[in-house]
Design a protein around this ligand. Structure first.
Ligand SMILES: [Zn+2]
Length: 54
């Protein structure tokens, strides 16, 4: 997987640049909806969301 360590950041940005899509705004993540949410309980589906790492 880690063929080019120096390019690691580039790859991560290309694969999951959620910030570019405006989806990395909130501190929690709802796996059910597949999007970030502002609260620990997802306001979209009502299920529990996870706090993001980092
Ligand atoms: Zn949800």
């Amino acid at each position: 997987m880690a063929k080019k360590e120096s390019r690691r950041n580039d790859q991560e940005e290309q694969q999951r640049c959620a910030a570019c899509r405006g989806e990395e705004t909130f501190p929690y993540w709802c796996e059910t909806c597949g999007r970030s949410v502002p609260e620990k309980r997802c306001p979209y589906c009502g299920l529990k969301a996870q706090k993001k790492k980092g």
